[in-house]
Ligand binder design. Structure first.
Ligand code: ITT
Length: 191
């Protein structure tokens, strides 16, 4: 089976990607290759950050790999938290605080439209490629559901009654930003 490194420190992302492409590729984690670094993520675009993470692993560890960067773009907040989604409520990755700040900033807004965007950057055989996936939806006024991670409890995808956090992992992956970007990655890897 072909091996590929997924450059992420987010175990939820790793689980999602493995359940999407695990049958075809052996997806190695950063721990699997002995990388415990705090990989810099200092670009101001999703694509820039995804490339930065993938290049770091290639340069320092020599593996072909891919990385994703994801943002939640909220129309009423002029696209925030966007590329700063991970640290919206301050340094660190406190999803509960990020969700609370988002709901607070959305108080009084009737336009609840938002979208998740994932950009996956792949470095393979000396070339760089990017794949994007998007899902439209809206921000609820209170969290719903126990599953998922990050902003999932406050995001309801268009055409569904449930938040991502209320869906099974399979149902989320079938329509999600990461699921769509991953489908493009897989199509490329197969071609
Ligand atoms: P890596 O950079 O190590 O991959 P991260 O958690 O920092 O992991 P991102 O910068 O891509 O990942 O994530 C941006 C934020 O968006 C972060 O707060 C995540 O919890 C959240 N997020 C990412 N994917 C999500 C998803 O599918 N559903 C809900 N929230 C998500």
């Amino acid at each position: 089976m072909q091996e590929i490194v997924f450059a992420t420190n987010n175990s939820h992302k790793l689980d999602e990607i493995r359940s999407i492409i695990g049958a075809r590729f052996k997806v190695l984690s950063l721990a699997d290759i002995g990388c415990f670094d705090d990989i810099p993520e200092t670009a101001d675009t999703l694509e820039g950050n995804a490339l930065q993470k993938a290049r770091y692993v290639k340069e320092h560890y020599g593996y072909d790999c891919f990385a994703d960067d994801t943002g939640l773009m909220v129309d009423a907040l002029d696209g925030a938290p966007g590329v700063y989604s991970a640290r919206y409520a301050g340094p660190g990755h406190d999803s509960r605080a990020n969700r609370a700040l988002l709901l607070e900033n959305m108080l009084g807004h009737t336009d609840r439209r938002a979208r998740f965007v994932t950009v996956i950057a792949l470095i393979k055989d000396g070339a760089e490629h990017t794949f994007t996936g998007t899902v439209e939806g809206e921000i609820l006024t209170a969290p719903e559901g126990e599953g998922g991670f990050g902003y999932d409890p406050v995001f309801r995808p268009q055409g569904f009654d449930a938040t991502f956090a209320s869906m099974s992992p399979e149902d989320k992956n079938a329509i999600s930003h990461r699921g769509r970007a991953t489908a493009r990655l897989v199509a490329f890897l197969k071609s």
